[in-house]
Design a protein around this ligand. Structure first.
Ligand SMILES: Cc1cc2nc3c(=O)[nH]c(=O)nc-3n(C[C@H](O)[C@H](O)[C@H](O)COP(=O)(O)OP(=O)(O)OC[C@H]3O[C@@H](n4cnc5c(N)ncnc54)[C@H](O)[C@@H]3O)c2cc1C
Length: 406
C-alpha cells in the first residue's frame, strides 16, 4: 500500500546543497521541511572523502557532512535516509521507495539537490575488455576508505584536475603505487604546488596531451593503452585505473519531470533564484554545475532557501526568461536563464581550453551588454566567475544572451 503525505518543502538529496537549503528554510520557519536521500547516511559525497579540504576550516569530508546534517536537523528540518525519489506523479508530487515501503509526497515547493557523478568508463567510451580494477574516484574512496577493500598494486589515474590528485592520495593511502596521471590537456588543472608535490615527493608524473584509449586484461586489468596528441601510442602496465573528474549532473529526476535542461551544464536550466521552468520546482548544488566545492554549493543552498521562502509567501513565478548561451571554448554558464526579478548575483563559467587573461564579451541580438577582462586565468575543470552587474541591460523580450571569449 502506498502512503500519501503532504509537506511544505521537499528537498531531494541530503548533500551539502540540500542540507543547507533545508537548514535555511527550517530556520526561517516556513513549515514542514523534509529532506530525503537514497543513501543510508546523509551528507552526500563528503561522507566518503576522508581527506581534508572541506569548508572554510578544511575539515575532513565526514566531519563536514556531520556538520551539515547537524545544521539541518538542529533547525528543525526532517531528515529521512534510505528513501529514493523514483518518479513524479504530478508537477509537485513525487513517488518514493524505501525499505519502509512506497510513499507519494506532495509539497508546495520541491528542491532538487541530487548532485553530480563522475562519468564512469562506459560513458567515456573507452574500448577494450571489461576487467576488474576500474574505478571512479567516488567508487575508489568507498572501496578503500569505507569498506577497506584491497585495491591493487599499480594504478593509472585518468585526469589531472583537483579531484584526480585526491584519487592519488587515496591510492597511496591504500598502498597502491601510482604510475602516472594522464590528461588530454596540455597542463594539469590543479594548484601548482599539488602537481609539484606529486612529482617531486612521490615521483608521480602528469602525462599531458595524452588520452587513455584502451583497457587491456582478462579478469583483472593488466594495462592501459595511451595515445598522445601527436599520434604516438604507448602501453602502461597497471592493475588499477581510476577515471576522475568529468562530472555530469545527476539530472534524472529533472529530466523525468520534463524540466528544461541546459545543453552546456546538462543540469536543469535555472535563473538567479534557482527556479527551473517548472513552477514550484527549484534546483541547487552540483546538479546545476558539476562540480563546485562543497562550500560553494552550501552557500548556494542558503541563497536558494531565501528564494524558496519568498515563493512560498508571494507565490510569484516568472512567466518568461531569456536563455544564456556560451560559445566555444566556453563549455557552460550557470545560472543559465535570466528573469526580470533575478537577484544581482554572479555567474560561474567553465572553459575547455586554457586562457591566460580571458576577455569576456556578453551580447544580445548583436548589442554588446558587457565586456570585461579577467585577472585570473581560465583553466579547464576549474570555475571562473563573472559578476552580474550587466543583467539590467538585458532586453527581457530579446533573444538569447551570448557569452564568448573575446
Ligand atoms: C572524490 C571527490 C573529492 C572531493 N573533494 C572535495 C574537497 O576536498 N573539498 C570540497 O569542498 N569539495 C570536494 N568535492 C566536491 C563536493 O563533494 C561537492 O561539492 C558536494 O558534495 C556537492 O554537494 P551536492 O549537495 O550538490 O551533491 P552531493 O554531495 O552529490 O549530494 C547529492 C545527494 O543526492 C542524493 N540523491 C540523488 N538522487 C536522489 C534520488 N533520486 N532520491 C534521493 N536521493 C537522491 C544522493 O544520494 C546524494 O547524497 C569532492 C568531490 C569528489 C567526488
Amino acid at each position: 500500500m502506498r502512503r500519501e503525505r503532504i509537506v511544505d518543502v521537499l528537498v531531494v538529496g541530503a548533500g551539502p546543497a540540500g542540507l543547507a537549503t533545508a537548514a535555511g528554510l527550517a530556520a526561517a520557519g516556513v513549515g514542514e521541511v523534509e529532506v530525503v536521500d537514497r543513501e543510508r547516511q546523509a551528507g552526500g559525497i563528503p561522507r566518503h572523502c576522508l581527506h581534508g579540504g572541506f569548508g572554510r576550516l578544511g575539515m575532513t569530508g565526514p566531519q563536514y557532512a556531520e556538520r551539515c546534517v547537524a545544521a539541518a536537523v538542529g533547525t528543525g528540518a526532517v531528515l529521512r535516509t534510505g528513501v529514493s525519489v523514483t518518479a513524479w506523479a504530478a508537477p509537485l508530487t513525487v513517488d518514493t521507495t524505501s525499505p519502509r515501503g512506497l510513499e507519494r509526497i506532495t509539497a508546495r515547493a520541491v528542491v532538487l539537490a541530487t548532485g553530480a557523478r563522475e562519468r564512469p568508463r562506459a560513458a567515456r567510451l573507452v574500448p577494450g575488455t571489461r576487467p576488474a580494477g576500474v574505478y571512479t574516484t567516488g567508487e575508489l574512496q568507498q572501496a578503500a576508505d569505507l569498506h577497506r577493500q584491497r585495491i591493487g598494486t599499480r594504478a593509472v589515474v585518468v585526469g589531472a584536475e583537483p579531484v584526480s590528485f585526491t584519487a592519488l592520495d587515496t591510492l597511496r593511502r591504500a598502498g597502491v603505487a601510482v604510475a602516472a596521471l594522464v590528461t588530454e590537456h596540455p597542463r594539469h588543472q590543479a594548484r601548482p604546488a599539488r602537481a609539484l608535490d606529486a612529482r617531486l615527493r612521490h615521483g608521480v608524473p602528469v602525462l599531458t596531451d595524452a588520452t587513455v584509449v584502451e583497457l587491456v586484461g582478462r579478469g583483472r586489468l593488466s594495462g592501459v593503452g595511451l595515445r598522445h596528441r601527436d599520434g604516438r601510442t604507448a602501453h602502461v602496465a597497471c592493475d588499477t585505473v581510476v577515471f576522475t573528474g568529468d562530472f555530469v549532473p545527476d539530472h534524472e529526476l529533472a529530466r523525468r519531470a520534463g524540466l528544461l535542461l541546459d545543453p552546456g551544464t546538462r543540469g536543469p536550466a535555472v535563473d538567479g533564484a534557482f527556479r527551473t521552468d517548472g513552477r514550484g520546482v527549484f534546483a541547487v548544488g552540483n546538479v546545476l554545475h558539476a562540480a563546485e566545492p562543497a562550500r560553494a554549493v552550501a552557500r548556494e543552498g542558503t541563497l536558494a532557501a531565501e528564494a524558496v521562502r519568498r515563493y512560498l509567501s508571494d507565490g510569484d513565478w516568472p512567466s518568461a526568461s531569456v536563455r544564456l548561451r556560451v560559445a566555444a571554448p566556453l563549455a557552460w554558464i550557470a545560472p543559465n536563464r535570466l528573469t526580470p526579478d533575478d537577484p544581482p548575483g554572479a555567474f560561474t563559467l567553465r572553459t575547455t581550453e586554457f586562457a591566460a587573461r580571458p576577455a569576456l564579451v556578453i551580447t544580445q541580438d548583436g548589442r554588446t551588454l558587457h565586456r570585461t577582462r579577467s585577472r585570473r586565468p581560465a583553466v579547464p575543470n576549474r570555475p571562473f566567475r563573472v559578476a552580474g552587474d550587466w543583467t539590467g541591460r538585458v532586453d527581457a523580450r530579446g533573444g538569447a544572451v551570448r557569452i564568448a571569449l573575446g
